[in-house]
Design a binder for this molecule. Structure first.
Ligand SMILES: [Cu+2]
Length: 584
């Protein structure tokens, strides 16, 4: 993450009373924040409200932004600033997160409820400022409160700086492809029911492509999303996995895909027949319309699901790739692409292992070579006993939970972490989130000691010194059942320097690290019963959430919070809170 400090310079040469000085500083900071760099400022209005939609033969009201599902696409250039007035006209407390945007020095606009802000109450508005820095490519935005993100999400496209080009030939056109999930029931009730029963949340009834389930579902055929192409032209697909619960395999019949970017960061081009994209990830993909026989081709998506014996939605969503001027060829029905089987971890691994940064002069990398802060986090799905206040009838008469280093994050009820930190409100959180598991065990063994099954609730943060060089090992465990966990870090992009199966070996595994061209990501798939090593410089002060992007795991507590301290100079410190920051 880099920004030009000279753009944010504030000189203090006034001899004024403290309050006036504070006001001047605040005004100057906001002026600079909004008019920073040489980018443009875009103004948007997001009205979150309920609207009726019909899918799978029945109608219901869903939460939307501006009545749209998926929501509006944001477009900007690298270095631009977006000012989004978020109006909550729904009946729920809500927030919006700009997923993949680093929010340099400005955690106040990041969005996760009770972490960096209290939710926006019904009838209220919060003006969020997204100051783009190094992001370039496809990212997205989504609600970050309850399960609202199931329908409150949209694409966020960041073009190269004005006057600059893509690191690949300019595509003829670009098309956002948003993968989603549809429940016939009210999705906002899904976590409430799960919380009462202690069981796995109800699985969805369909997956969607740009809001449509497609050909293979009842009452859905005629509304299938269609993408028209001209023979011989190349298109940029901006694929976003906004699915709540499952990782997804995606492919297009008879067409190769060329992956050129991920999470708003470029990659060395990868030619592939299919992709595996986790919830939270976004991928930039070039598609060459090269089929001489023209006609129609299915694009299709269905889950990659690696947990033995658990329930999941195993349906397939489709959309159509339609060649222009192919009337004669319409009679043949389109064919489905070959997608890997649901449980094919090898297919997921083969694809994911190919990611490499460009690491060129125009797109350099800056991976920390020396590490001063070593962290090891385990990610587990746990079981807890039913209690008076949490009665349940989950597996073995217990209730599901989930944890990072055996702590299940519980957020404060009447304030957010960030405000509590900034205003020094005592008793809200503890600063002792463990840097490694309190009790080491053979994390990925077939048989595990019983004491690892449980977890403890905690309101803990892990404190990082400003500019610390961090290596964080994400370690999957076989507690209860192992799974692939897409881990997302707010406020940062990180380098994925290594990954593997089994337990991380601190002596052997670092020898195989890629420090030459490791991919930069913001959401990384932690493989089933495996590990991932990530590195980043803690140079963005604030409170930043790290969590699994599979919604049931996050709901069960698979989240933790970093507190990154301010640096020594005004330019390395987080800005003060905005005046309209929502109150609990
Ligand atoms: Cu998970």
């Amino acid at each position: 993450m880099a920004y030009d400090p000279s753009q944010m310079m504030i000189t203090n040469k006034f001899k004024t009373p403290a309050s006036a000085l504070r006001f001047l500083l605040l005004s100057a900071l906001y002026f600079l924040l909004i008019h920073a760099a040489n980018g443009k400022v875009h103004h948007h209005k997001f009205v979150i409200r309920s609207a009726p939609f019909t899918r799978l033969c029945s109608s219901k009201n869903i939460l939307t932004v501006n009545g749209q599902f998926p929501g509006p696409t944001l477009k900007a250039h690298r270095g631009d600033t977006l000012v989004v007035k978020v109006y909550n006209q729904a009946n729920y407390n809500l927030t919006i997160h700009w997923h993949g945007s680093n929010q340099v020095r400005n955690p106040w606009s990041d969005g996760p409820g009770y972490i960096t802000q209290c939710p926006i109450k019904p009838g209220n508005m919060f003006k969020q400022i997204i100051n783009l820095s190094t992001e370039e490519g496809t990212i997205w935005w989504h609600a970050h409160q309850g399960w609202a993100r199931a329908t409150v999400h949209g694409a966020f496209i960041i073009y190269p700086k004005r006057g600059h080009t893509y690191p690949f030939p300019k595509p003829h056109a670009e098309v956002p492809i948003i993968l989603g999930e549809w429940w016939k029931e009210d999705v906002m009730e899904v976590p409430n029911v799960a919380n009462i029963t202690g069981r796995q949340p109800n699985t969805s009834d369909a997956y969607t492509i740009n809001g449509q389930p497609g050909y293979l579902y009842p009452c859905s055929k005629k509304d299938t999303f269609k993408m028209n192409v001209d023979y011989g032209k190349t298109y940029l697909l901006r694929i976003i996995n906004a699915v709540m619960e499952e990782e997804i395999f995606f492919a297009i019949a008879n067409h190769k895909l060329t992956l050129v970017g991920k999470d708003g960061l470029y990659l060395k081009p990868i030619k592939t027949d299919y992709i595996m994209i986790t919830p939270g990830q976004s991928m930039d993909i070039l598609l060459e319309a090269n089929q001489r026989s023209l006609g129609h081709y299915f694009m299709a998506a269905r889950p990659y699901f690696s947990v033995d014996g658990a329930r999941f939605d195993n349906t397939t969503t489709t959309a159509l790739l339609v060649y222009n001027n192919s009337h004669k060829h319409h009679k043949k029905s389109p064919i489905l692409p070959n997608l890997p089987p649901y449980n094919n971890t090898q297919a997921s691994t083969i694809f994911t292992k190919k990611f490499r940064s460009l690491a060129t002069k125009t797109h350099p990398i800056n991976v920390p070579k020396k590490v001063d802060t070593h962290l090891l986090f385990t990610f587990s799905v746990n079981l807890l006993n039913c209690t008076h206040d949490k009665p349940c009838n989950g597996p073995f008469g217990m209730r599901f939970s989930a944890s990072v280093n055996n702590v299940s994050l519980v957020h404060p009820a009447n304030i957010d972490f960030l405000s509590a930190y900034y205003y020094k409100v005592p008793g809200v959180f503890e600063m002792d989130f463990p840097k490694k598991p309190k009790r080491e065990f053979n994390y990925t063994a077939d048989e595990l000691p019983e004491y690892v099954l449980g977890t403890s609730p905690g309101t803990k943060v892990l404190v990082l010194e400003y500019d610390a060089s961090v290596e964080l090992i994400l370690q999957g465990t076989n507690v209860l059942a192992s799974d692939n966990h897409p881990i997302h870090l707010h406020g940062y992009t990180f380098y994925v320097v290594g990954s593997g199966f089994g337990n991380f070996d601190p002596k052997q595994d670092p020898k195989n690290y890629n420090l030459i061209d490791p991919p930069q990501e913001t959401t990384v798939g932690l493989p089933k019963n495996g590990w991932v090593a990530i590195r980043f410089k803690a140079n963005n002060p604030g409170m930043w959430l790290l969590h699994c992007h599979i919604e049931r795991h996050a709901s069960w507590g698979m989240n933790m919070v970093f507190l990154v301290k301010d640096g020594p100079t005004p330019q390395t410190q987080m800005i003060p809170p905005p005046k309209d920051l929502p109150k609990c």
